[in-house]
Write a protein that binds this ligand. Structure first.
Ligand SMILES: [Ca+2]
Length: 315
């Protein structure tokens, strides 16, 4: 009971600090479509709650076009998400940009990417030359309004502010192009034929149809092809690094952006007790494309030490 009471007061305190100085931290971006306007698919059916909209930016100077849809996901960095609100026929929200770290620099563009999460590739991507990420250091910055109706660059899909037939319409994209959030089901559909998907001995998560020693779930987590053998070094994720005169194990995972997986790194000195968490390991890099985790226990005085990566599907 005491713990509950103190937790409650912490929440109240944070709320008061937040409302007292709304503009002191970060810059606000209001991004939204038009409520009670027709949002539909390429086939003219209304969008449902399985459609997800993301506010974000493309990194490494990438410029998206209808011709390079297959490369969008690997360059996309999401800032905020909103699922389609069926009751009010709208999506979007208010986002507070906390800093101008790349790709959210003042010279880079913001985009809104909407897509189906049900496995079909129905997308819309919109932007406007004026949608540049605002400077976050200036407390006098006004909120940005990135309304869908003001977007003049529609890369795929359509937006019609006059609502002649609809307000927003998604477009059907090449089925092999990866959407920004790839679920396990989508991944299976991308890599396996219908017949293979029905055959659990081929497409089961613990199976290894290409015989390279990497099961399908791990192939998903590493962004590799489950039907093509990977060179052995693909699995060599662990290095020994020297810090402060001592040697530590360090694990590096180059992962595909936006996969719906939870990655956990565990350590042990014998195989009995695998431990994880901030007391056991230190997370050095945790971005959509990269995870670097170092063991906190030096190996200099140990007979054996192991790090392992576990991944779990999430939806
Ligand atoms: Ca395999």
């Amino acid at each position: 009971m005491t713990m509950k009471a103190s937790l409650f007061s912490v929440v109240i305190l944070l709320f008061l600090i937040g409302s007292g100085a709304p503009c002191a931290h970060g810059s606000q971006i209001n991004w939204q479509s038009r409520p009670f306007a027709t949002h539909q698919t390429s086939e003219g059916t209304p969008l449902d709650e399985t459609y997800l909209f993301e506010l974000g930016a493309f990194r490494d100077g990438f410029t998206p076009s209808a011709a390079n849809t297959g490369s969008w996901a690997s360059h996309w960095v999401v800032a905020a998400r909103s699922s389609f609100n069926v009751a009010n026929e709208v999506f979007g929200g208010s986002h507070i940009l906390e800093n101008n770290e790349a790709p959210f620099t003042t010279t880079n563009r913001g985009y809104i990417w909407g897509f189906a999460t049900s496995g079909i590739n129905e997308w819309v991507l919109i932007s406007d030359p004026s949608w540049l990420w605002p400077e976050t250091g200036d407390p006098l910055t006004f909120p940005e309004d990135w309304a869908v109706s003001t977007a003049t660059e529609i890369i795929v899909g359509q937006v019609d502010p006059d609502e002649s037939a609809f307000f927003l319409q998604t477009a059907r994209i090449d089925a092999t192009a990866l959407s920004p959030r790839i679920t396990g089901d989508q991944w299976l559909r991308i890599h396996f034929s219908e017949e293979q998907q029905g055959d659990i001995s081929v497409s089961g998560w613990d199976r290894d149809p290409d015989g390279d020693g990497i099961d399908n779930l791990t192939e998903f987590a590493l962004g590799t092809n489950p039907l093509m053998q990977e060179p052995a070094e693909t699995l060599s994720l662990v290095d020994i690094v020297r810090v402060g005169g001592l040697d530590y194990l360090q694990l590096t995972v180059k992962r595909p952006a936006n996969v719906t997986l939870a990655y956990t790194v565990e350590a042990t000195s014998g195989f009995a007790n695998w431990l994880s968490g901030p007391l056991v390991t230190e997370t050095l890099v945790d971005t959509p494309n990269m995870l670097v985790v170092r063991d906190r226990t030096p190996i200099d005085f140990l007979d054996s030490r192991f790090l392992r990566l576990t991944v779990a599907l999430e939806d």
